[in-house]
Design a protein around this ligand. Structure first.
Ligand SMILES: [Zn+2]
Length: 208
């Protein structure tokens, strides 16, 4: 098996769904799978997300991937990019600037590169998640992907001591325990902001 060259067909794989569906877990699994096959990798995460760990991508279940922290710009990604890697992985891609789309659009013309990303497809209102300060959204990334993995969560709405348990495709946002308003900013300063996975029946957004 010595001195064999691995040939990589360039491709873009996107893993998406609501919160708590295991997107990051799946991203980590795929990167490790490629690594076992001998493909080196570089993973990126936006600095905005400092949950759990600073220099690694971590899933809710505890698996980890060493990651380069970047601000949300393409410029910072390119500044930190190691061009010798075969696999590039991005966690929380929805938090980047929309210019990151160009990286994905162009990557298909680069030999021997596999680009992976995981991110929310919808915001808390159920609309396509917009990139930072942009009208472009996750749909623009998904439409260009070679492979999309759409994961579901489990609805955790409780009614008369029963948990719903239906497949959940929505992220319920609660502020101080009540459904957020469509007018609330995506990033809340102060207040108790929490999220739950919900099915369509139990996903609530306040209007006004
Ligand atoms: Zn439900």
């Amino acid at each position: 098996m010595a001195n064999l060259n691995t040939v990589v067909t360039p491709r873009v794989e996107v893993i998406t769904g609501p919160m708590f569906c295991g997107k990051t877990e799946e991203l980590i699994r795929r990167v490790i799978r490629y690594e076992i096959a001998g493909y080196n990798y570089q993973a990126f995460k936006p600095i905005i997300d400092d949950r759990y760990s600073s220099d690694s991508i971590a899933s809710h279940s505890g698996s980890k991937l060493k990651a380069t922290c970047v601000d949300c710009s393409l410029e910072d990604v390119l500044r930190n990019l190691d061009g010798n890697k075969r696999v590039y992985a991005f966690d929380e891609i929805q938090f980047f600037n929309d210019e990151i789309l160009e990286f994905f659009y162009d990557s298909r013309f680069v030999e021997d590169k596999i680009i992976l990303a995981s991110g929310l497809n919808q915001d808390f209102t159920g609309r396509p998640f917009k990139f930072k300060d942009s009208n472009k959204h996750m749909g623009d990334l998904l439409a260009s992907a070679d492979e999309i993995t759409h994961l579901n969560s489990i609805c955790t709405y409780i009614s008369e001591k029963n948990i719903c348990g239906a497949p959940a495709t929505k992220t319920q946002r609660l502020i101080n325990g009540i459904p957020a308003s469509i007018d609330d900013d995506l990033v809340l300063v102060g207040g108790d902001d929490s999220y739950e996975a919900r099915c369509n029946v139990h996903h609530f957004v306040r209007y006004g």
